[in-house]
Ligand binder design. Sequence first.
Ligand SMILES: NC(=O)c1ccc[n+]([C@@H]2O[C@H](COP(=O)([O-])OP(=O)(O)OC[C@H]3O[C@@H](n4cnc5c(N)ncnc54)[C@H](OP(=O)(O)O)[C@@H]3O)[C@@H](O)[C@H]2O)c1
Length: 276
Amino acid sequence: MKPITLILGSSGKTGSRILNKLTQLNYPLRLGSRKTIPAFDWEKPEGWDDVIKGVDQIYISYQPDLAHPNSIHHIQKLIELSKKYNVKRIVLLSGRGEPEAEACEKLVENSGLEWTILRSSWFSQNFSEGMFLGQILERKVIFPKLKSTEPFVDLEDLTDLAVDALVKNVHIGKKYELTGPTLLSFQDAFGQIAKELNETIYFEEIPLDAYIKILGEFGLDQDTIWLIRYLFETVLDGRNETVVSDFEKAMGKKPKAFKDYVKETAKSGVWNLAST
Ligand SMILES: NC(=O)c1ccc[n+]([C@@H]2O[C@H](COP(=O)([O-])OP(=O)(O)OC[C@H]3O[C@@H](n4cnc5c(N)ncnc54)[C@H](OP(=O)(O)O)[C@@H]3O)[C@@H](O)[C@H]2O)c1
């Protein structure tokens, strides 16, 4: 009997890939997000029992970010219910360089459940499925001034490892730092995309405070604004400017380079102006 896997964030960037990969392996699934039935909402723990009862393992993609002050209480509650309903294994997606996320990791590590932690760098797919797509389609990027570089991670790699951790025992009790193979500034990342498209993407750096002010004027909610400030001010202060080999050690293959992600993604047409 294959274990029943609950995917939290099942329609998101990592969750949807894990859903596809486990479906191909014929693993039984339960999906968890605010739109599933039963619904799973991190802000409504009173509804969690129905989602967790009867599953054997859980992939956790937290919202908005494990660095959020509420996350520790939510992860604690999720672990309590997991134990109550005999969940055996948790695979937690975490963020690299986030002390608050590490406090959540500790809860999972000390839970008594089987666990694997994937502590990830920024996703390459933020440029094609996430927060940077709109600006690329406008061919105009206004960005906070940064000194640091980032080892962007491809989500096919991350979710290959997440699925491996859900279907095999070799990753139990392991915490992996996930990076891509190269460090890149955000400006260079946008530059690689422009070069591949053979088009100009206007790029301007402004102070973080001015950037945050613009987000406020666009009507972004306070939680999102808080998170963006935290990511640019804290996580991107240079602390993550290293490339590590955990992915290769865990999966026996090299992580995908950002330039290969760019080539493949450009072919998909997602950055073409006609797709707006
Ligand atoms: N983006 C990065 O570069 C990066 C890097 C490292 C770690 N991470 C971590 O990855 C996780 C996912 O972030 P993401 O931005 O990439 O999002 P995402 O997984 O692409 O999308 C969000 C998912 O969460 C669900 N969701 C949203 N609000 C929810 C809520 N209140 N309760 C329950 N489900 C909710 C959404 O479905 P519904 O709308 O149906 O609820 C969707 O399935 C976060 O914990 C983040 O810290 C991200």
